[in-house]
Design a protein around this ligand. Structure first.
Ligand code: AMP
Ligand code: ZN
Length: 115
């Protein structure tokens, strides 16, 4: 674990977060700067920098993040209304935290995707 990675620290319980769900592989917590009524981040406990660092063999872990996102959507009451899953990758996408994470964004009508 890189000593400076804030999401590794949250996964290890060494940094504060509002944790909604956790298991042996993943943890989900509220984004500190929510862009919508519901804004939750789902991360693997294992440090993977970004989609660019994903390898063959990571398929089940990444699929698990989506299963966790679905649980979060149900817990937050936004499953039926709809929500957005987003993974920013690299500078052009504005990735800020280089520990892969799935944004779960919803609870309101979202603006359509823009480039
Ligand atoms: P990005 O890397 O652009 O996909 O976004 C990183 C996200 O992490 C942003 O939405 C931040 O608000 C969020 N974030 C950064 N630090 C924390 C933290 N300590 N706890 C919760 N969310 C965070
Ligand atoms: Zn990390």
């Amino acid at each position: 674990m890189p000593p400076t990675c804030i999401f590794c620290k949250i996964a290890a319980g060494e940094a504060p977060a509002t944790v909604l769900y956790q298991d042996e592989l993943a943890i989900a917590f509220r984004d500190i700067h929510p862009v919508a009524q519901t804004h939750v981040l789902v991360i693997p406990r294992r440090h993977i920098e970004s989609v660019n660092a994903v390898e063959a063999g990571d398929e089940s872990l990444l699929g698990h993040l989506i299963v966790v996102a679905r649980k979060i959507a149900e817990m937050e009451g936004i499953a039926a209304g709809g929500y957005r899953l987003l993974v920013n990758t690299g500078p052009n996408a504005g990735q800020v935290v280089y520990h892969i994470h799935l944004h779960v964004i919803g609870g309101q009508r979202l603006r359509h995707m823009q480039g």
